[in-house]
Design a protein around this ligand. Sequence first.
Ligand SMILES: [Zn+2]
Length: 573
Amino acid sequence: MRKLTFITVVFVLLNFNAGDVSAQTKEVTRQETLRGSITPERDWWDLLHYHLRVEFLPETRRLKGSNEITFKTVKAGNKMQIDLQPPLAITKVTHGNSELKYEREGNVYWVMFEKELPKGVEDKIEVFYEGVPVVSRNPPWSGGITWGRDDLGEHFIVTTCQGIGASIWWPNKDHGADEPDRGMQISVTVPENLVAVSNGRLKKTDHDLSGKKKTYHWEVTNPINNYAVNVNIANYVHFSEKYQGKGGVLDVDYWVLPHQKEAALKHFKEVPRTLEAFEHWFGKYPFYEDSYKLVAVQYPGMEHQSSVTYGNWYRNGYLQRDPCNCGVGFKFDFIIVHESAHEWFGNNISMKDAADMWIHEGFANYSENLFVEYHFGKKDAEDYVVGTRRGIRNDKPIIGAYGTNREGSGDMYPKGGNMLHTIRHIINDDAKWLAILRGLNADFWRQTVTTQQIESYITNRAGLDLSKVFDQYLRTTDIPLLRYSVNGKTLTYNYERVVKGFAMPIRVTINGKELKLIPTEAKQTLDFSEEIKTFEVNRNFYIEAEMRLEPQKAQETQRRQEGKSRDLYSHVG
Ligand SMILES: [Zn+2]
């Protein structure tokens, strides 16, 4: 019995490891390609507008609705890819007065037009759907619907879909490269005692007295990411304020549960100071027309555009933890700051391909320390961003596999943030860096972009070739190691574990005096004016430094350093 148990345990462990490895290297499936790439059936038409009408039926846990998709043809075409994941199913597709034929292939529907549509025309279809949607087991990390209850037993229903895609709950063109240029209407029907809150502004509410239902009509006038569309249904109460910002008067609305209102009135003072900090760093809030909202949910939070969802317990930190473990994380509400930063990086500037998710998460993580710097000064900001390095795992590269909807490592958060912080210190010119951050948001205003565009933009504006820096931090799992030795007045140094041609300048302090070094893989020497007693690399550069040791000592050092990595961030919305 004992022996058998032992064997069973070993088998399970081996099996687990084998599964882990194959998950990273497994072949790309046709479904992943259909979901993650710009297929010919997606390429010929450009999204102009969505009107999603959806009824939530809590008693049967069903959805029923339609999406009216307005588009412009950029080529002639007759076959259209629409995504909707089972168990939901399309029941009808209409085009004017006629019904279109369609076929299902897994998560994809192939919709056939009666005849080819010519290039350059505007047209629309309406896709009807219904069914029992996937239930999210762990929002926001898993997608689907959460049919929850609040503390008082009322319905508390929310949608989440980052990663898995919006087609988990409504039919659409589920790819980041195309957003509806004119925005989206979301009409949500719910039992009459509940309030449905979605993105943008509430235009009107219809009350069906005999059906005991209400329909809430929300409107977003700007392009929107599919995954940033959300519906939250609860016994919400509402309060609001006006924020005088860089774009004029911004309507700020709050939707919380009745018993949270008192705490929210106090704690949401965090919102104006967050908007103030980010309008300073990034330029005006991108969606004045659509307002800014915080909506209470039962999961930590998500960057739903103009409808940031919030579940951080009305307390500073992140679920009562401090991401930097340095105290600074308790000076602000992580979710309000991080998710609001996504309005600029994620919703204003959006990735075309999920492999480039770091453009959302790296910048949002980086924004946390900018918020700290704006309100508490540089020392705290540096403590914070350097402190978050403890969450970096260097398990796989930050950039995922293009065209497959596979994201890269969760390191896109703290390592992405630390890469940007390092780049700021390479540029070493605060005014220029501020201009780059604001320039990104102005020049890529409401656009979808690639990593290459962001890299080129920063490189051009900085006037420095940063391509090797981006390669090192985004495309490898190695952290540059500065190997050095001291002999009297002479410092010898070089980089190890770097991409070919890596020559990132750093600042170091020798005997209290700051100097700039440009190490490369080749050894260089520096002759200092006096005997070198102390040597330190400026902590703002995310590298490791190690004095050249005898082989035996080096092994001991490595052993001591093992077990340092921690698992704080797995994935924050
Ligand atoms: Zn995020």
